[in-house]
Design a protein around this ligand. Structure first.
Ligand SMILES: *Cc1c(COP(=O)(O)O)cnc(C)c1O
Length: 340
């Protein structure tokens, strides 16, 4: 699939590594039936640029590329109070000399504090131009359009980026990741049986799926829901994957069955900790010195661990876990992840 006709900015120096996780795999196997578990490898998208980078970095390469091509001078986006996406959008704006504004949705009532640590601290350090806080369930697109109208009234040129950067343009970042993986598999001669990814606003899962199918990479992708169970999550991912394929205009049909996700691990609620997340964060930190975050990757890894223990990831199966970043929010949950 030819991505070269889309405007793109580069925020990472090189492909992210695929690291083995032998000590983690051994610790996991010891807790699986018969003492055998999957062989886990990690695609280090937590090492992407716009430090500390993550999956939003790949999406922003194409979103900022389009914003600049359209002559925008202000990025407007939205997210939760500890949004990695807002922080990385702001970082891209700073690098490009653009202004940046957020609409923050208080999904957990009372959870926004302007003096909170983690990503929130970085919003202020990187110099966000304006933050508007709205209650859970607000129409975020309408709120961003209102913000854009204000920017226009003041003579600015706004560019709206949807939550998580998950539209067709943002999803191109994960088509690029699929192509990067294909090249890495080819260069190293490695084969994987499955890829495990987080599934939230769906640009990562959907973009990667479009990239795998379009490039005929025959490895199943399993999404771990971070905010929804499969009946709600899978149609979202399917729509995103098809929108990305349509933008690429390669006549690719995304079969509904290609979208697979598991639920449960995100409960009790998006961004609210659970004991499985704490175990996953501690386990990877203490076996591989790789840090996960409490909102996303901790719960996604908890899903991988749970599936391995349930025998749904076969013993000896080679599993590639996509580490999507999120480091700063670890600092907003220090007591929780040390597990009292
Ligand atoms: C946003 C995010 C996700 C979820 O990715 P989507 O593309 O929104 O589905 C996963 N992990 C981290 C660290 C994130 O910031």
């Amino acid at each position: 699939m030819d991505l070269s006709r889309f405007p793109r900015r580069r925020y990472s120096a090189a492909p992210t590594p695929i690291d083995p996780a032998p000590r983690f795999s051994a610790a996991l196997a010891a807790t699986c039936p018969g003492g055998r578990g999957p062989e886990v490898w990690i695609k280090r998208d937590d090492m992407l640029g716009l430090f500390p980078g993550g999956n939003k970095t790949r999406k922003l390469e194409f979103l900022a590329g389009e914003a600049l091509a359209q002559g925008a001078d202000t990025l407007i986006t939205c997210g939760a109070p500890q949004s990695n996406h807002c922080r990385i959008t702001l970082a891209a704006a700073v690098r490009e000399g653009l202004r940046c504004r957020f609409i923050i949705e208080e999904r957990v009532p009372g959870s926004y504090s302007p003096t909170a640590s983690g990503n929130n601290f970085m919003f202020r350090l990187l110099g966000v131009d304006a933050i508007t806080v709205v209650p859970a369930g607000s129409d975020m697109l309408a709120a961003m359009q209102q913000e854009a109208a204000q920017v226009r009234a003041a003579g600015g040129r706004p560019y709206i980026i949807p939550g998580g950067g998950s539209n067709a343009v943002g999803g191109l970042g994960y088509v690029a990741c699929a192509q990067e993986l294909q090249q890495q598999f080819f260069d190293s001669g490695q084969r994987f049986d499955r890829v495990v990814v987080g599934s939230g606003s769906s640009g990562t899962h959907g973009g990667l799926l479009a990239g795998f199918l379009g490039n005929r990479i025959d490895i199943p992708i399993l999404g771990i829901g971070v905010s929804r169970d499969p009946p709600d999550q899978e149609p979202l991912v399917h729509r995103e994957a098809q929108a990305v394929a349509d933008l690429l205009d390669v006549g690719l049909h995304i079969p509904r069955e290609a979208v697979r996700s598991v639920g449960g691990y995100w409960r009790p609620k998006y961004s609210v900790p659970n004991p499985m997340m704490v175990e996953a964060v501690q386990m990877l930190a203490r076996t591989e010195a790789i840090l996960l975050d409490p909102v996303y990757t901790g719960k996604i890894m908890a899903g991988l661990i749970g599936l391995a223990r349930a025998g749904e990831l076969a013993p000896g199966e080679r599993v590639l876990f996509l580490h999507t970043g999120g480091l700063p929010s670890l600092h907003a949950y220090e007591e929780v992840v040390l597990g009292g």
